[in-house]
Design a protein around this ligand. Structure first.
Ligand code: NAD
Ligand code: MG
Length: 385
């Protein structure tokens, strides 16, 4: 009889977090929740805790601590608050796997601590690999820790590589839906509203990644994520727009053979595979029907209109702290767009200008990332005014 896998779920109240709990709920003999964390959605965190009975919860927003603690202490669930508690809780002895479903730079420290504590990582929080991919992958290697991708494109690549890990990759193709503004030119995007940008054609996701998909920054971040997950060079990573989101990505091997992973878009599949690898568990997810998709189509990305994608390649090629800088700028710019402080096209401009202005560091260590993240946020905020 195998023991249940004990999961720490960071960002349990979000889009990936809630879908992860659906997966956990479907296999009560396989998984157990040890830790749940959220930024500020206290009511949902409490509801989840009462249902899944974790050992510990963390609410980052300290003003909500008392409220959460009052509801949970009689149930023998420990409550902590603040960023430090979030970074510490992943080291708890009983945890087997840490699923990082929180947004942005905030994922970096908890992921480093989890790797140092020898926990397997299921990584949804791509920003962590964008900011500090070299540091994270080297650390994981030195600790013998596996990082399993949750992002659908990277899960697709990973699934294509099963049984092929000894075969070199010639290149990969990351597929992109193109977002809600695919096919449009810059002039048409001048006065895009928040509501228009938040309408993704194929996926329902958190606000930040939805805007990143509309600007194609998401694909740029994914290119950098892929570089580190699969040890690739820039010229081995291509992006192809595939509006149907059925092929989730492809690998091309050195003999020219290509493998693709496909299926209807549903994040529960990559979430589940990251938790069950190397096994596949039976699901009742809707199955793909070829006749519903008589055409799968492909297009070149428009790097002029969606200049964030070109900027991400530029930052990746520059290396050092450049990806950390554009990530920080982008977090500030997207937040400002969501608060109606800037226009849609300003997001990419702010990202590019911040990369030009921020201090470049060729061989950053952890403290440099902390510093660069702060500096780039300040520069982007000043640009916004
Ligand atoms: P979301 O906004 O729906 O949820 C984010 C979660 O993180 C919430 O629980 C929130 O409380 C928590 N959180 C937010 N800011 C935090 C902070 N500063 N400190 C601690 N906790 C914080 O986001 P999401 O769509 O679930 O995305 C989560 C991550 O997964 C992102 O990195 C995203 O790029 C990645 N991802 C998401 C999808 C998707 O389908 N949603 C697909 C692929 C990758
Ligand atoms: Mg993705």
């Amino acid at each position: 009889m195998s023991e249940k896998k004990k999961i720490a779920l960071l960002g349990s109240t979000g889009s990936i977090g809630t879908q992860t709990l659906e997966v956990v709920e479907a296999y009560p003999d396989q998984f157990e929740v040890s830790v749940l964390t959220a930024h500020s959605n206290a009511n949902l965190l409490i509801e989840q805790a009462l249902k899944f009975k974790p050992n510990t919860v963390v609410i980052v927003d300290e003003s909500k601590y008392k409220y959460v603690e009052e509801q949970l202490w009689q149930n023998d669930i420990k409550t902590y608050c603040g960023e430090e508690a979030l970074a510490d809780v992943v080291q708890m002895q009983e945890i087997d796997i840490v699923l990082t479903a929180l947004v942005g730079y905030a994922g970096l420290k908890p992921t480093i601590n989890a790797i140092n504590a020898g926990k397997t990582i299921a990584l949804a929080n791509k920003e962590t690999l964008v900011v500090a991919g070299e540091l994270i992958t080297k650390l994981a290697k030195s600790k013998g820790v596996n990082i399993y991708p949750v992002d659908s494109e990277h899960s697709a690549i990973f699934q294509c590589l099963v049984g092929e890990f000894h075969n070199p990759i010639e290149k990969i193709y990351l597929t992109a839906s193109g977002g809600p503004f695919r096919g449009q030119k810059r002039e048409a995007l001048l006065n895009i509203t928040k509501a228009q940008a938040l309408k993704h054609p194929n996926w329902s996701m958190g606000a930040k990644i939805t805007i990143d998909s509309a600007t194609m920054m998401n694909k740029g971040l994914e290119v950098i994520e892929a570089k580190w997950l699969f040890g690739l060079k820039s010229n081995q990573i291509d992006v192809i727009v595939h509006p149907q989101s059925i092929i989730h990505s492809l690998v091309q091997f050195e003999d020219g053979s290509m493998k693709a992973q496909m299926g209807l878009p549903d994040m529960k599949l990559p979430i589940q595979f990251a938790l069950t690898y190397p096994n596949r568990f039976k699901t009742n997810f809707e199955r793909f029907n070829f006749l519903d998709y008589p055409e799968l189509t492909f297009e070149q990305p428009d790097l002029e209109t969606f200049s964030n994608l070109a900027l991400a390649y530029k930052a990746m090629d520059k290396g050092g702290n450049a990806p950390c800088i554009i990530n920080a700028a982008n977090e500030i710019a997207v937040d400002a767009f969501l608060k109606d402080k800037i226009k849609f096209l300003d997001i990419a401009d702010i990202n590019a200008q911040t990369l030009d202005k921020a201090t470049f560091i060729n061989q950053p260590v952890y403290e440099d990332f902390v510093q660069s993240n702060q500096e780039a946020r300040q520069i982007a905020s000043d640009l916004i005014g």
